[in-house]
Design a protein around this ligand. Structure first.
Ligand code: MN
Length: 315
């Protein structure tokens, strides 16, 4: 997915320091993607830029549409991150500059590792269900891995952890000893939790991770905190579990990981370390180098916003 941060802002995201439990709720804000899809952005927010290596979460839908494409994002570049695409309803077609062309459906994972540079497009395929509901996440790559060649992987099946009445599909990393096959570059968890019956469930957590929970559908509370849809509920670190109270059918995303030990800069679709390398990536995209092309969508290539040296301090 393409972004999306306001064009003049370079977001400065400091290294993580979390070591203790907290419970903070950060409301999502609406944004419109290229092609018109409206999302609720839960991460990054002014008060919370990273959860482990997770640096971006958009929630879109559920929506129904007639003719046309609910999602239609032309070719755009990425560096320094992995995109994690997860659908709850509907379909999306991914095309990238490595030549991959992959339709994704609910229960499957598209994982694109940008490394030093890749470009891709995402759209509703012509044969579709007329429904769309999903999330788009980014994982920041550690410095030692961020200059590697790009890659793309599709995972048709993912493992499930069960605790109480809850079932958690493990997209990335590990939850309660259940490990995703997806290629991760730091210790983390990303899971889709569906609650099967009204009541309580204790979500098993790694005390060495910081965590956050986002309510995707239904009604749920964490401890005394009633969860607002699409908001980022940050739990801090140092917890061995979290008590979830939920209605049957509720769905939540769980994100976590070791507090990211590196300061990162985010601008547009790039995760870097210095303003100079972000400006270089911008110029490379504008000049048609480094990022290859997506020939089937070449006419819809998304130009970079003007770059700005203005850096927003963390908030
Ligand atoms: Mn993208």
């Amino acid at each position: 997915m393409s972004d999306l941060l306001p064009s003049a802002d370079v977001l400065d995201c400091p290294a993580g320091l979390a070591s203790a439990p907290v419970l903070e709720s950060h409301p999502a804000r609406e944004a419109a993607l290229p092609g018109g899809l409206v999302v609720r952005r839960a991460l990054p927010r002014a008060g919370r830029r990273l959860v482990g290596p997770w640096c971006f979460l958009d929630h879109y839908g559920p929506l129904a549409f007639g003719a046309g494409k609910a999602m239609d994002i032309g070719p755009h570049p990425h560096i320094g991150l992995q995109t994690v695409t997860w659908l709850i309803e509907g379909e999306a077609l991914h095309r990238d500059s490595l030549g991959h062309e992959q339709v994704i459906r609910p229960g499957q994972l598209n994982l694109m590792t940008a490394g030093f540079g890749i470009s891709h497009s995402e759209e509703t395929p012509s044969r579709n269900s007329g429904r769309l509901h999903g999330v788009q996440l980014w994982v920041a790559l550690p410095d030692a891995r961020r200059h590697q060649p790009p890659s793309f992987d599709h995972y048709a099946e993912l493992p499930v952890a069960v605790f109480g009445a809850a079932r958690a599909t493990v997209l990335m990393g590990e939850l309660d000893g259940v490990r995703s096959p997806a290629n991760a570059h730091s210790r983390m968890v990303g899971a889709d939790i569906v609650v099967g019956a009204d009541g309580e469930a204790d979500v098993p957590l790694d005390p060495g991770f910081e965590h956050a929970v986002v309510l995707i559908g239904g009604a749920a509370a964490l401890g005394d905190l009633t969860l607002e849809p699409s908001a980022l509920n940050y739990l801090g670190a140092g917890r061995g579990e979290a008590r979830l109270t939920a209605r049957a059918g509720s769905r939540l995303m769980l994100l976590g990981g070791q507090p990211f030990s590196e300061r990162i800069l985010m601008w547009w679709n790039f995760v870097g370390r210095t303003p100079e390398e972000i400006e270089q990536a911008r110029n490379d995209w504008e000049q048609g180098s480094r990022f290859g092309s997506v020939p089937a969508r070449a006419a819809d290539r998304i130009p970079a916003p003007p770059v700005s040296p203005r850096i927003h301090a963390s908030g």
